[in-house]
Design a protein around this ligand. Structure first.
Ligand SMILES: [Zn+2]
Length: 57
């Protein structure tokens, strides 16, 4: 069996972090309170993948 690959994401705007399995796809966009407003409403989180340095042993 192969280990699931975990991806760690951080929001470019608010700094919120979350992790998801690769197979699960990207995290829920949600609504970011720190994102720029478009038409008076905040937009979604902007998830950026964080490279993992942790040893996988
Ligand atoms: Zn955010």
């Amino acid at each position: 069996m192969s280990e699931p690959i975990r991806l760690h994401y951080q929001c470019h705007f608010c700094g919120m972090q979350t992790s998801k399995d690769l197979q699960s796809g990207p995290p829920n966009p949600g609504v970011c309170n720190k994102s720029p407003k478009v038409d008076g409403f905040h937009t979604h989180h902007k998830w950026v993948i964080i490279p993992q340095r942790a040893a996988q042993r």
